[in-house]
Design a protein around this ligand. Structure first.
Ligand SMILES: [Fe+2]
Length: 446
């Protein structure tokens, strides 16, 4: 069995955990107890529940699972398993729980993080669980889980119309050329899809690298822009049955929509878009965002294009031209190579507090000149989320397997994704009707 370990040292993991917690709490710093409960919606969690769930998860794996400790209680009369275990507490019941106040919740979270750090620093023991997963694996699992929830809280803030929490001007607005970059030609061939065992932390759904054959294809060097999507909307794209799949049309009729969520008319063929708590005119050179899989599919049919499969997406991101005709000995971790993301390469880590123009950041191009595969906006793929050959669930069994079958794969991360989470192999997955995600698309030629 392949044993997965974190690439980080213990002290690096601890400082990442502290930074992740500061980011999480900053995202709710301006919200009172009422807003921290919020409206009962299928696409959000009550924030008082969500932030505590992150700490519960960390405690569960590091202190209870690995060390056999008893649970820390948020209050003497409250059993955390009955409050914060996402596998046991059904989503729509989370608003009915006796959730502690925000202040009490943050105190509970601090107790857990302090204890995790204290125990981790004791060291001296080679801690492993029965499956062979070591302490560094669980520290990174808890870290990345916290990062995922931080990103989800940015969706929630957009959904409920809070401010953007950026204290900086939008510094990465790109005002350069806006001409289309066209398609990159990918020659296809044998390709190794998935996580390789020398790549550090790997989620179970990326395990393991396996050979697939990809036909030659052409993929857009840039994501679809707001201007391009507006052309589809203004061409009655939401009212033309022939542009939609049967399932997509059912969704469209049920939702009764004729434009993307958070858009409103600003006069004939003009649109405004809500960005957190502010309305702005469409930004033509920024990627379209908050479109679901059905909308992406209908746009493609209108544009006489198609969505890439996830194998095509990953090949465009990680292969070098010489590595395409034969099975490459290794793949690039990021489109530009193996060096970590920088502000010049990818819009990640909340740095710009929003998307940048689709043709910005050329330093992050893949070997084929495909731009912004990592960062800025999640990209829907044509692929149903499913297991790779030989899949075996990791210790966190509810991470992937329950969602196989009715979710679609997204790739690449967005501006709110943390750079320590995202890489070419990373598979995200959402149901095809989700519109709250920072998700857009890139297209392939038919
Ligand atoms: Fe979670």
């Amino acid at each position: 069995m392949k044993i997965i370990r974190s690439q980080y040292s213990t002290s690096q993991l601890i400082s990442h955990l502290q930074e992740a917690r500061a980011r999480l709490l900053d995202l709710v710093a301006d919200l009172d107890d009422g807003r921290m409960t919020g409206e009962r919606l299928a696409i959000v969690n009550p924030l008082r529940w969500e932030i505590a769930h992150v700490a519960f998860f960390q405690e569960f794996w590091l202190l209870r699972h690995l060390r056999g400790f008893d649970a820390i209680r948020p209050a003497p009369h409250l059993d955390p398993d009955k409050l914060y275990d996402s596998a046991r507490v059904a989503h729509d019941t989370r608003w009915d729980l006796p959730l502690p106040s925000k202040r009490e919740t943050i105190a509970y979270m601090s107790r857990i993080l302090d204890r995790v750090i204290e125990e981790t620093l004791k060291g001296g023991r080679d801690l492993r669980d029965a499956g062979g997963y070591d302490e560094s694996y669980f520290l990174e699992l808890a870290l990345l889980h916290e990062d995922m929830h931080s990103e989800a809280i940015t969706y929630t803030r957009q959904t409920i119309g809070c401010g953007d929490r950026s204290r900086r001007p939008h510094m990465f607005r790109f005002d350069g050329e806006t001409d289309r970059l066209g398609d990159a030609q990918i020659p296809g061939g044998k390709f190794i899809l998935g996580g390789e065992d020398d790549s550090g932390f790997v989620f179970d759904n990326e395990q393991w690298a396996h050979e697939v054959f990809v036909k030659p294809f052409s993929i857009s060097r840039t994501a679809v822009t707001q201007a391009e999507f507006a052309e589809f909307v203004n061409d009655a794209g939401y009212r033309r049955r022939e542009l939609w799949s049967a399932e997509g049309w059912r969704w469209r009729e049920g939702a009764d929509v004729d434009h993307p969520v958070y858009w409103r008319s600003a006069g004939e063929d003009k649109w405004e878009r809500r960005v957190f708590d502010q309305w702005v005119l469409l930004e033509p050179d920024l990627p379209v965002i908050h479109v679901n899989w059905y909308e992406a599919e209908a746009y493609c049919r209108w544009a006489k294009r198609r969505l890439p499969t996830e194998a095509e997406w990953e090949m465009a991101a990680s292969c070098e031209p010489a590595g395409v005709v034969v099975v490459a000995p290794r793949k690039r971790k990021y489109p530009w190579g193996d060096d970590p993301p920088t502000p010049e390469r990818a819009n990640l880590d909340w740095r710009a507090a929003r998307c940048v123009a689709v043709n910005a950041l050329p330093a992050g191009d893949s070997a084929f000149g495909v731009r912004q595969l990592i960062g800025n906006v999640w990209e829907w793929t044509a692929t149903d989320f499913g297991p790779y050959p030989g899949f075996a669930a990791g210790p966190y069994k509810e991470y992937s397997a329950p969602w196989f079958g009715d979710h679609k794969v997204l790739r690449g991360g967005c501006w709110a994704t943390r750079s320590r989470l995202i890489r070419n192999n990373y598979r995200n997955f959402y149901k095809p009707d989700r519109r709250d995600v920072w998700a857009g698309l890139r297209t392939c030629a038919l």
